[in-house]
Design a protein around this ligand. Structure first.
Ligand code: ADP
Ligand code: MG
Length: 705
């Protein structure tokens, strides 16, 4: 197979860059053309029905079942006008990906057929989805789950070469109403936050308004040429390389980050964006990331439920368009050891009506609301660091968190110098005295303007305040955005309630004084979670330990948060998960973790045995022959060449044997076995003749495209 590797390089070398597009007016009229959005609804639905549907979508009014038939009819008409012959309920099972089971609109009639789609087809589905993991929530005799239309996320059309399918975003539940998916808890958590925000804002004299949680999810990914990818069973089976010696040059020069984007990649990005824009997904930013062959796509922020759905679509579009360009998009958190991994920065904020609660306001009233929200988040993140860590735990992310170039597994918050100073003042301030030098008085002071430019950004913090939102940087590149936001919404709902509880009976003239006392107390008790320094250093790890902040390095440990009594109580109180749902998630995630490790272990063993070993032996026997010939000719033996190969083979055989045993043992042994095997294979890569090496090398995958 080594010849294929060299052939791929030759082919890539002979491919010409595409020409440059002639100047012509750009056009974005197609934006949203594959979404059943407000405009499509207005076109295809009678006015009164439209109004009812908008009330459900915009104000969360319960769906009037009597309109389902007409909505379905309009949606079908719209979809078939755009070429769709099939529809599917599109949902997000606990596997972490999306699921779809297509039905055609076909209905036979008198030997011919018509295209039909009923209200019932729209509202509920009963996929025979018994093979999805449910962590014991469904025993097989009650295996069926059902899907329920989520009208707040618009239906869209997915296209492929010769057809199109109408996709209807749905929640996926068991017949007993338990969540079997990632969307249901998210919707519940938004409701929880609405309730708590109403209570807290009421105390500030703000009339009830709709809570809109916003999410902007920055998506990092790698691209490699498909020809290399297909020669790496580890990549196409596990999504990451299990072997590969560090190339001389990787990211040391930091010359890739924000560098000029190669034209093959730009063509890919353009096509991705076109597809996303058709789907009404507001792709906005594109750039080279830190590692070679690593890139990022960021959409503009949207309502969190929609943004989560959109992120799932973004990942799919990235993969599919890459394929059309002869590339493969790697969404794994750590496809290449030793260079940066990929994350998904979760930019999160809460709006009450039109006001972003994390926007430091212009007047004392808005300032007080901002600081209260800020302190609520500080309280929540410190108190529930375990849940945030749990929400980003996966086999893939274990390779990233805590490595030297990702946010550490310690959850801390970065506020920036100026806001840290404000919080400092809050802590020191004495609300009873009149304004002291440097002390902030809630209800009468305004805040100094906080900088929002990128220079004030600390990129090493897992949870950073960035002007008017928090950026949670620990989520992994391949994971659904749902979990992190379910947790954020729930823990902040609780923090709002705790603050509201304390202020509920305070007379109006004492409100700001009491609020100040309370925020001061929160800062005092929870400021340990605030850290403005470099989160990638060993000093921080030590310091964090002194502060008593948990440093949860592995998925196994992190998932324990799902079992803690206080966490079960929290989720039950807010109606986000019941105990059975939490247990099921624990089980599903644990199983997923163990399966992945085991699969990787087997891949590593197989590759070592049937790809690396034969090639190393061939190189060794060639070396021995050369040695013999040299001796016959009266030249000194070529020991320094042959010997390391022989020794490498010996080590390889031993490591394979250890791996073999590890596979029958516990997962720590598998992980260690893989590390040892990798060391041996990677050192062989450095001594086996290049033309004989069977696997595309790091330097090739990362630099040749
Ligand atoms: P960067 O972090 O790369 O410097 P930005 O902070 O400007 O860039 O934007 C990152 C992401 O944050 C984008 O997806 C953007 O839409 C999103 N974002 C901006 N404001 C908000 C907000 N209020 N709520 C949620 N996301 C936001
Ligand atoms: Mg960012």
């Amino acid at each position: 197979s080594n010849e294929y590797r060299l052939k791929a390089i030759k082919e890539i070398a002979s491919e010409n860059a595409t020409g440059v597009m002639p100047a012509a007016p750009a056009n974005i009229d197609f934006y949203g053309e594959d979404v059943f959005n407000a405009e499509a609804m207005r076109t295809y639905l009678p006015k009164d029905i439209c109004k009812k549907l908008f009330a459900t979508i915009d104000d969360g009014a319960p769906l009037d079942p009597s309109i389902a038939g007409e909505v379905a009819h309009a949606m079908k008409k719209w979809a078939i006008d755009r070429g769709a012959t099939h529809f599917t309920h599109w949902f997000q099972p606990l596997t972490g990906s999306t699921a779809e089971k297509h039905d055609s609109f076909l209905e036979p009639e008198d030997g011919k057929a018509i295209l039909a789609f009923s209200g019932k087809n729209l509202i509920v589905g009963e996929p025979d989805a018994s093979s999805f993991p449910s962590g014991g929530l469904r025993s097989t005799f009650e295996a069926r789950g059902y899907t329920a239309w989520d009208p707040t996320s618009p239906a869209f059309i997915k296209r492929h070469g010769n057809g199109a399918t109408l996709c209807i975003p749905t929640a996926f539940c068991s017949y007993t109403g338990e969540a079997l998916d990632k969307k249901t808890p998210l919707l519940r958590s938004i409701q929880a936050l609405q309730k708590s925000a109403d209570r807290l804002m009421g105390l500030f004299g703000v009339a009830p308004q709709k809570v809109t949680v916003t999410l902007g999810a920055e998506q990092e990914y790698f691209l490699v040429d498909k020809r290399f990818y297909l020669q790496r069973p580890d990549l196409y089976q596990a999504g990451r390389t299990l072997f590969g010696a560090a190339p001389a040059k990787h990211q040391q020069m930091e010359d890739h980050y924000f560098g000029s984007i190669p034209s093959r990649i730009l063509n890919f990005m353009n096509d991705v964006e076109k597809e996303l824009w058709k789907l009404g997904i507001p792709a906005k930013t594109r750039h080279n990331e830190v590692a070679p062959a690593q890139f990022e796509l960021a959409p503009m922020f949207e309502e969190v439920n929609l943004a989560c759905d959109h992120n799932m679509q973004i990942m799919e579009v990235l993969r599919q368009v890459a394929d059309r360009h002869g590339l493969v998009c790697l969404l794994h958190e750590k496809p290449f050891a030793g260079i940066n991994g990929s994350g998904k920065h979760n930019n999160w904020s809460v709006n009450y009506g039109k006001t972003n609660l994390l926007n430091p306001g212009k007047d004392p009233h808005q300032n007080a609301i901002f600081l209260t929200t800020l302190c609520a988040v500080i309280y929540a993140v410190d108190t529930h660091a375990d849940l945030l860590r749990m929400a980003v735990a996966s086999a893939g992310n274990d390779h990233r968190l805590g490595a030297n170039e990702a946010p550490p597994a310690i959850i801390s918050m970065y506020l920036g110098d100026q806001l840290a100073d404000v919080v400092d003042q809050l802590e020191k301030g004495d609300p009873k005295s009149s304004k002291q030098a440097g002390a902030l008085k809630l209800g009468s002071d305004t805040l100094p303007p906080l900088p929002r430019d990128a220079t004030d950004r600390n990129r090493t913090s897992p949870f950073a305040f960035t002007g008017n939102k928090f950026e949670f940087r620990a989520p992994g590149s391949s994971q659904s955005c749902s979990e992190p936001n379910v947790i954020l919404n729930t823990i902040v709902a609780e923090a709002f309630d705790i603050i509201a509880d304390k202020l509920a009976n305070v007379p109006a003239d004492k409100f700001h004084e009491e609020l100040q006392n309370l925020l001061q107390k929160i800062v005092k008790e929870h400021k340990r979670v605030i850290f403005n320094g470099n989160g990638y250093t060993d000093e921080w790890v030590e310091e964090a330990a002194k502060r008593g902040l948990p440093n949860t390095r592995t998925t196994m440990e992190a998932l324990q948060a799902l079992n803690k009594k206080e966490n079960v109580a929290l989720f039950e109180k807010y109606g986000v998960f019941n105990k059975r749902e939490l247990d099921s998630r624990y089980e599903v995630n644990m199983e997923d973790y163990h399966k992945k490790i085991h699969i990787e272990g087997e891949i590593a063993r197989d590759m070592a045995k049937d790809i690396i070993l034969p090639q190393a032996i061939e190189a060794y026997s060639a070396a021995l022959k050369a040695n013999e010939m040299a001796l016959n000719q009266g030249f000194p033996a070529l020991d320094s060449y042959a010997k390391p190969l022989g020794e490498g083979i010996k080590k390889l055989l031993a490591a394979i044997e250890v791996m073999e045993k590890a596979l029958a043992s516990k997962h720590e042994d598998i992980l260690n076995g893989m590390l040892d095997l990798r060391l041996v294979v990677d050192s062989l890569e450095k001594i086996v003749p290049d033309e004989k090496w069977p696997l595309p090398k790091y330097r090739e995958m990362l630099f040749i495209y």
